[in-house]
Each structure stands twice: as structure tokens, then as C-alpha cells.
Unconditional design. Sequence first.
Length: 79
Amino acid sequence: MISLAKAAERLGICVGSAKSLALRGVLPATQAMPGSQWLVPVEALTSEAVRIGVQRVIARRPKFYEEYQYDRLIRLPGL
């Protein structure tokens, strides 16, 4: 078992997207009690359903994701 943050890192997505996949049942993750850490079985990261879910998350990213992710300037519309 690994944490949801480590699972997200291995899948190449953010923790919020990984949690969304877990809440929808795509990524099999469990909590011991509400508010505790999410735990994901390592074997689940290679399943077909998880792979498809991650591909859908990546497909929703902006075209220039890398530039968008690390842009330190605020872009103002019309300038």
C-alpha cells in the first residue's frame, strides 16, 4: 500500500485528480476512517481501468501544459 500522493506521483497526475479517481471508484483507494490518509494498493496502479482514467485526466490538460504549469507571470487578457 502507498499513499494517494505517492500514487499520484507515480501516475504523473496531481493529488486532486487522483482523489477524484478514487472517489469515482476508478482508483481503488481506502481510508481507515473519514479524514485519514488514503491508501492505494501498488498493484492497482497498473490496472487497465486506472490507466484509462489517467489518460482521461491527461487529455483534459491545456495544450501547453508544461508552459502553463511553470509560468511565473500573470497573463492579463488583451495584453
